[in-house]
Ligand binder design. Structure first.
Ligand SMILES: Nc1ncnc2c1ncn2[C@@H]1O[C@H](COP(=O)(O)OP(=O)(O)OP(=O)(O)O)[C@@H](O)[C@H]1O
Length: 256
């Protein structure tokens, strides 16, 4: 890890309508190194999705600085992959065509890259399947492969496994870590799940609510593969929980 992949300085965001102004993000300062895996956790409505959309270039109405490498984020671009909670695949396209997007599978380099990604997300044999023939976890793997085809510098994931059952979810976390180990793509991962946040990340960013500000950043210095039952894991889990419990109005939202 050397240079900053992402720099956020004095980021403030206020949603304005005719009568109201809602200050959602307050003076966010964060620097993410290349190849880091950052989990972002915080109470509902604290601004996690808003922060991700700003980094993605989907929302430009803010004050402050957001840099990808040394370039200002001014629009969505292929350097920033975005994965939503729902997979947003095209139902009329096969798995491989969903991944290829606007690129032609007739081009050998596209074919090779798509095949590599299908193998990386463990979907061999499903290249010609349609989204309706896939489970939720498989569909999310297609969405991740689609984002990775463009070799993004940073992958932004907004509760990507939130709609999956517990078993599939933990499998998807393993798949994502495999991808991260293989590609070393910088990851910004929004979740409500403390276990998931600790299991995946190098650092867990805990956001406070109304307005959203960084409450604390907890480094997760655990080697991979991680064991959720290990005492160090449990200690870090407690540290995140403790930070969340200190936040007003969140005491009932998280269980030990
Ligand atoms: N387009 C919008 N116009 C006005 N207010 C908005 C808009 N989008 C989001 N907000 C408000 O901004 C705040 C943060 O929303 P955001 O979706 O970023 O929170 P979140 O932390 O991702 O929430 P959750 O965990 O429930 O998904 C909320 O109070 C929300 O009502």
């Amino acid at each position: 890890m050397s240079s900053a992949a992402l720099t956020i300085r004095q980021l403030n965001k206020t949603f304005r309508s005719n009568e109201t102004a809602t200050h959602v993000l307050d003076n966010i300062e964060m620097s993410v190194q290349e190849g880091e895996f950052i989990s972002i956790i915080g109470p509902s409505g604290c601004g996690k999705s808003t922060l991700l959309k700003i980094v993605a270039g989907l929302d430009l109405e803010y004050t402050g600085t957001v840099l990808l490498g040394d370039r200002r984020v001014e629009r969505p671009s292929k350097e920033k992959g975005f994965i939503f909670q729902e997979h947003r695949l095209f139902p009329w396209l096969t798995v491989e065509r969903n991944i290829a997007g606007e690129q032609s599978l007739k081009k050998p380099e596209v074919r090779r890259k798509v095949d590599e990604l299908i193998s990386l997300v463990k979907l061999q044999g499903f290249e010609r399947s349609y989204p309706k023939q896939l489970s939720g976890g498989m569909s999310q793997r297609v969405a991740i492969a689609r984002a990775l085809l463009r070799s993004p510098e940073v992958l932004l994931l907004d509760e990507p496994f939130g709609a999956l059952d517990a078993f599939t979810r933990s499998h998807m976390q393993e798949v994502l870590l495999d991808i991260w180990r293989h590609n070393r793509t910088t990851m910004l991962f929004v979740t409500h799940d403390i276990d998931e946040a600790v299991f995946l990340a190098n650092r867990v960013v805990v956001l406070d609510a109304r307005p959203g500000r960084i409450k604390t950043i907890i480094p997760i210095d655990l080697p991979h593969p991680r064991k959720r039952t290990g005492s160090s894991f449990q200690e870090l889990r407690k540290a995140v929980l403790h930070a969340l419990e200190k936040l007003e109005e969140t005491k009932d939202s998280y269980e030990i």
